[in-house]
Design a protein around this ligand. Structure first.
Ligand SMILES: Nc1ncnc2c1ncn2[C@@H]1O[C@H](COP(=O)(O)OP(=O)(O)OP(=O)(O)O)[C@@H](O)[C@H]1O
Ligand SMILES: C[C@@](O)(CCOP(=O)(O)OP(=O)(O)O)CC(=O)O
Length: 391
């Protein structure tokens, strides 16, 4: 009888939030971007994907993916590209060492759990594809570096390539047509600047209107402002951002972060028909951050928004009270503040109308910080007999 053993490996992977934004593909098939980007990896203590990858001849003939207990379509080109590339690396290993079990032809069973809302603009595809690629690489015992794996994860979702690393990460756009140099690299580990904090104001946990994938295609096709962003604005921001991170210069980091977010959303408005990811609640968050910085007399808080209305506010630990403490006193009792020792600080310098809009529109907060890259775990979502473990 054929070997029916169930081989498996598990990992967790983090979310990342860009401070220089990826928006625009020069090759939609390979997910090659029109500009480089930089992100901060967020702590897996708060937001993470947990994925187990298994393979066995007992799994029938089809690959499968179970996400938060519901079966997902794996026939899409992006997931297929990740499976194909990882299988091919495993096949090379098997060809060079005949003693290795032949895992590459076996069907894959992937079971994954996100501990945050999927497709709500909380970068679930980034953590999701990073975890998928890392888990299969662990299963196949590949010696590939995170940068090599980032080339594969990028084909699942562009931003996923940055979640293969912890800390501060750059995705170099690359020049080659085959995408082999479009990969993620570490700018600095989390330990270099461990005091970076992030407060997420969750405005909407609903599925978003215009997906990043289609949104950026329409921007590339219709926005002239976008041309200038890709050619002039982002290259300048990349240099400034990498320098700010190396020097742990929050004022420079914060200024570029906010200008980047504004530039990206400006190209969304310049898209035809226009794309609106920011709403009144987002704009109230921008106002509150401006008021906090005005009071401090310098940039101590920086907002950024992805393809949705949620605000991510970066600040340094020493300014926890002046940023998170002020927002806590303004927003009042919300899910997410509990269990965190954040002392409230008077918020009467914040614009009263902005505070009211935030109170009405923010449903919960997530307090988190810079964190590590994917972490291998023995905790499995698949039992020894191959059946998914549902919680
Ligand atoms: N754990 C996971 N494993 C595999 N795929 C996942 C996982 N989590 C999310 N995905 C994929 O990512 C898709 C959601 O990506 P989408 O880009 O729409 O939202 P988002 O990542 O939350 O937002 P954004 O990337 O714009 O910040 C899901 O439909 C699913 O295909
Ligand atoms: C606004 C962003 O969050 C866009 C992320 O886009 P995705 O990585 O979700 O897009 P696809 O490559 O089409 O999957 C900015 C960023 O994360 O850099």
């Amino acid at each position: 009888m054929a070997d029916q053993k169930v081989y498996q490996a598990s990992t967790t992977a983090p979310v990342n939030i860009a401070v220089v934004k990826y928006w625009g593909k020069r090759d939609p098939k390979l997910n090659l971007p029109t500009n480089s980007s930089v992100s901060v990896t967020l702590s897996q203590a708060d937001l993470r994907t947990h994925t187990t990858a298994a393979c066995s001849s007992s799994f029938g003939s089809e690959d499968s993916l179970l996400l938060n207990s519901s079966p997902q379509d794996v026939t899409g080109a992006r997931t297929q590209a990740c499976f194909r590339e990882l299988r091919s690396l495993r096949a090379q290993l098997e060809a060079s060492d005949a003693s290795l079990p032949k895992l590459s032809p076996l069907p894959l069973r992937i079971v994954s759990e996100n501990n945050f809302p999927t497709a709500a603009g909380l970068a679930s595809s980034a953590a999701g594809f990073a975890a998928l690629v890392r888990a299969i690489a662990n299963l196949y015992e590949l010696s590939s570096s995170p940068t090599e794996l980032s080339r594969i994860a990028r084909q699942g979702s562009g931003s996923a390539c940055r979640s293969l690393f912890g800390g501060y990460v750059a995705w170099q756009m690359g020049e080659k047509a085959d995408g082999s140099d479009s990969v993620a690299v570490e700018v600095a580990p989390a330990s270099h600047w461990p005091t970076m904090r992030a407060l997420i104001l969750v405005v909407s946990a609903e599925k978003k209107g215009v997906s990043s994938t289609s949104g950026m295609q329409i921007t590339v096709a219709t926005s002239e402002l976008f041309q200038r962003r890709a050619e002039v604005v982002v290259p300048r921001h990349m240099l400034k951002m990498e320098k700010a991170i190396k020097e742990k210069d929050f004022e420079a980091f914060g200024k570029v972060t906010m200008m980047e977010s504004n530039s990206f959303h400006a190209t969304c408005l310049d898209t035809f028909p226009p794309i609106f990811y920011l709403n009144d609640v987002s704009r109230a968050a921008i106002r509150a951050v401006e008021d906090i910085n005005t009071k401090a007399g310098k940039v101590i808080a920086a907002y950024t928004f992805d393809a949705g209305p949620n605000a991510v506010i970066y600040y340094e630990e020493e300014n926890t009270e002046a940023v998170a403490g002020v927002l806590k006193s303004a927003l009042g009792n919300l899910d997410g503040w509990q269990g965190r020792d954040i002392k409230e600080q008077a918020s009467d310098n914040l614009d009263a109308r902005a505070v009211q809009v935030l109170k009405d529109g923010v449903s919960r907060v997530i307090l988190t910080q810079v964190g590590e890259g994917p972490i291998r775990t023995e905790e499995s979502l698949i039992a020894a007999n191959g059946e998914p473990i549902t919680k």
